[in-house]
Ligand binder design. Structure first.
Ligand SMILES: [Zn+2]
Length: 312
């Protein structure tokens, strides 16, 4: 038996979903129910909150490296004209990074140890840039709107106390509000794949993305795993996905300026300009790529280290 009211509600829902379906870079259809202007506003507000709460790392060398890698990757991404910003936050015990709509990327200083090399950091930045370009934050907010009938488009504002934490978590700021809401496995694998291409185009050896995730897995092994990790791609699945995407990325890398692995990194001292070590490869375009197996191992995570996957 047909129930007209329910039927029309269903049609309305289908119409809404169809209207909100957008094509993202790479051809995937994504359901995004908030307008781009609102998405950008949420990104601005979320960044203001994080920036108020966290301390920026003032280590000049570490910042210069982050700016250099960020600029190179943004320039070869599918959104080179965005006003990209790359911020380094002083938190040696936090292994995390995030990206907000519009192109504000944050990296916590604790992630630079497991990053291991400039190419490892490029893998992190490529992954985060891909999250922003694919509008994964807005897609998560949209999914939350569908799941939570009370969360309507008009309510999607960080000044709305009832939904503040949920929206912050959906934008990737879960660690800052204590509400863990991970990106879906599909989003993570998509960010891995696109990030790999971006880093390769920018001249960083994509093999170091695999090396980074392996180091990150080791650095966080045995730690109390937050609930959010349970819905993430298992480390091996992520490594398998990256390895499958590697041949294409290596072809892209072969045609790039080939910066290789770049400088070896350690967790920077944000209060003093002491950071990293001599470059493992010189930067000139003619320099051949180093061996793929040359990535140094990062240090193990110190006790009390927060273990959340980059991208939260
Ligand atoms: Zn991610």
């Amino acid at each position: 038996m047909r129930v007209p009211l329910r039927h029309s509600a269903l049609l309305l829902l289908i119409a809404t979903l169809a209207a909100g379906c957008v094509q993202t870079y790479g051809g995937r259809r994504a359901l995004i129910l908030i307008p781009n202007s609102q998405e950008m506003q949420l990104g601005e507000q979320a960044f203001k909150e994080v920036n108020t709460k966290e301390k920026q790392c003032t280590n000049a060398q570490a910042n210069a490296l982050l700016q250099d890698i960020g600029r190179r990757i943004a320039a070869v991404s599918s959104q080179p004209t965005w006003k990209w910003q790359f911020h380094l936050f002083d938190s040696p015990t936090t292994m995390n990074a995030f990206a907000l709509p519009g192109g504000k990327v944050g990296v916590y200083s604790g992630l630079l140890g497991p990053a291991g090399t400039a190419a490892g950091l490029a893998a992190v930045i490529g992954h985060e840039v891909a999250h922003a370009i694919q509008r994964h934050g807005a897609e998560r907010v949209s999914r939350a709107m569908i799941v939570d009938a009370g969360l309507k488009a008009a309510d999607v504002s960080l000044s709305n106390g009832a939904y503040h934490d949920k929206i912050m978590a959906a934008m990737g700021m879960g660690a800052n509000v204590g509400l863990m809401l991970p990106y879906s496995r599909d989003m993570e694998l998509e960010a891995d794949r696109l990030g790999l291409l971006f880093m390769a185009r920018a001249g960083y050896d994509p093999a170091h993305a695999v090396a980074f995730w392996q180091r990150f897995g080791k650095a966080t092994a045995g730690q109390k795993t937050p609930e959010l990790l349970s819905t993430h791609p298992a480390n091996q699945r992520r490594i398998d996905g990256l390895k499958a995407a590697l041949p294409e990325a290596q072809r892209v890398y072969a045609a790039s300026a080939r910066l290789g692995a770049g400088m070896a990194l350690t967790v920077p001292n944000c209060a003093a300009n002491v950071f990293g070590s001599a470059p493992t490869t010189a930067a000139p375009a003619a320099t051949p790529a180093p061996s793929r197996a040359a990535a140094p191992r990062g240090p193990s995570a110190p006790a009390g280290t927060k273990v959340s996957r980059p991208g939260h």
